[in-house]
Design a protein around this ligand. Structure first.
Ligand SMILES: *Cc1c(COP(=O)(O)O)cnc(C)c1O
Length: 363
């Protein structure tokens, strides 16, 4: 698969500081559609029907006009949903862009940044792009974050809660202790998966001035293709992010994305129904996988992370691939035995389970 930047082609004009940069490796987005795609934690349910209503001919007919740089409709919908003020919300082109804005706004060059390892691959990549002094903090032997490792540090802290690719969540009380012990450090909590059963740290944004919460429309709101993410924090932090946004790309969200995300945020009933369905399907999948001898980490996300001593992670991944089921395999220590499986619809998981049984019987 040819991914931009994955080969080592460069011109003589490339800024030397990027010579050794290793780009993020996105999960595969295959062109063929007869695959069961459980590799990038997309939502198996489509966007809210309310999204289809606002993305209409009329809206497309306005695409000659620039989008609203304030994305007011969306900021308003988010503020309303969380019961915060509009000054406490910043929006970005995916939470990836919000994360990049955070590095630009808050990370001094050569300043330290701490994040769990393994975790979301972009923390490391952005650390490199923005020349931070990266400090990956290893998980313990059970692939858990050790809260004590994040107390009284001397740099920015980024924690995905639930963590990826493990799916394991920290209690918010534990995170609060981390925030309190780092009064002079910014603590960024990436809540990409929080809607699948963990508790949010959003209530802390009124209480502490050193916490930012980042969320996304890509997972629980079924809009990965729209690229919309947001940050919640006190109004000074949000103003800092917007200072960067307006100095970099004021029209970072397109007209359709703003309308789609606002409609999705307002449709709470659909959001509740689909996230509950995913959690139910997850519990079903965990039970069945355990019955097949898998060890499944306790997930509060829309994916599970599992291994089985009867089949190597790589063989399992490749065997599923031959059966047209795509999951994610990382192939690096300490997670080389595991595969990450997105929770799809019930029938997707039934297909996964029967393919899994066949692969195990072959061993
Ligand atoms: C998916 C994911 C994101 C990226 O979300 P986008 O809004 O699609 O950019 C951020 N953090 C974590 C941990 C994720 O898994």
């Amino acid at each position: 698969m040819a991914t931009a930047g994955s080969d080592n082609i460069m011109s003589r004009f490339l800024n030397r500081k990027y010579e050794t940069l290793e780009p993020y490796t996105p999960g595969e987005q295959p062109k063929v559609l007869d695959l069961i795609k459980l590799n990038t934690n997309e939502n198996p349910y489509g966007p809210s029907p309310e999204v289809l209503k606002v993305i209409n001919e009329e809206e497309v007919g306005r695409l000659q006009l620039y989008s609203d740089p304030e994305a007011a409709e969306l900021v308003e919908a988010i503020a309303e949903n969380f019961g915060v003020s509009r000054e406490q919300v910043a929006v970005g082109n995916g939470s990836d862009e919000i994360l990049a804005f955070c590095f630009m706004a808050f990370q001094p060059e050569n300043g330290k940044v701490y994040f769990p390892d393994p975790s979301y691959g972009f923390y490391k990549v952005y650390g490199d792009v923005f020349k931070a002094d990266r400090h990956p903090v290893p998980l313990n032997g059970n692939l858990e974050i050790v809260p004590e490792d994040y107390k009284n540090l001397d740099g920015t802290i980024i924690i995905a809660n639930p963590n990826a690719p493990t799916g394991i969540a920290l209690e918010t009380g534990v995170i609060e202790e981390i925030i309190k012990s780092n009064p002079d450090n910014l603590v960024i909590i990436d809540e990409a998966y929080v809607d699948f059963g963990a508790k949010s740290c959003v209530p802390f944004i009124d209480k502490y001035d050193n916490i930012l919460v980042i969320q996304t429309f890509s997972k629980s709101r079924s809009l990965a293709g729209s690229r919309v993410g947001f940050a919640l924090g006190n109004k000074e932090l949000i103003a800092d992010i917007n200072r960067i946004k307006f100095s970099f790309n004021p029209y970072n969200l397109d007209r359709l994305a703003i309308r789609a995300a606002a409609a999705a945020m307002r449709d709470d009933a659909y959001f509740q129904m689909t996230r509950r369905q995913i959690m139910e399907t997850r519990e079903y999948t965990v039970r069945e996988m355990e019955a097949l001898g898998f060890e499944v980490l306790p997930s509060k996300a829309n994916f599970i992370f599992a291994r089985n001593s009867r089949i190597a992670g790589k063989d399992y991944f490749e065997g599923l691939r031959e059966k047209n089921i795509l999951v994610r395999y990382f192939g690096k220590k300490p997670i080389e035995d595991y595969v990450r499986i997105t929770i799809g619809k019930r029938e997707d998981m039934e297909a996964l389970l029967s393919a899994t049984k066949e692969l195990l019987e072959r061993q």
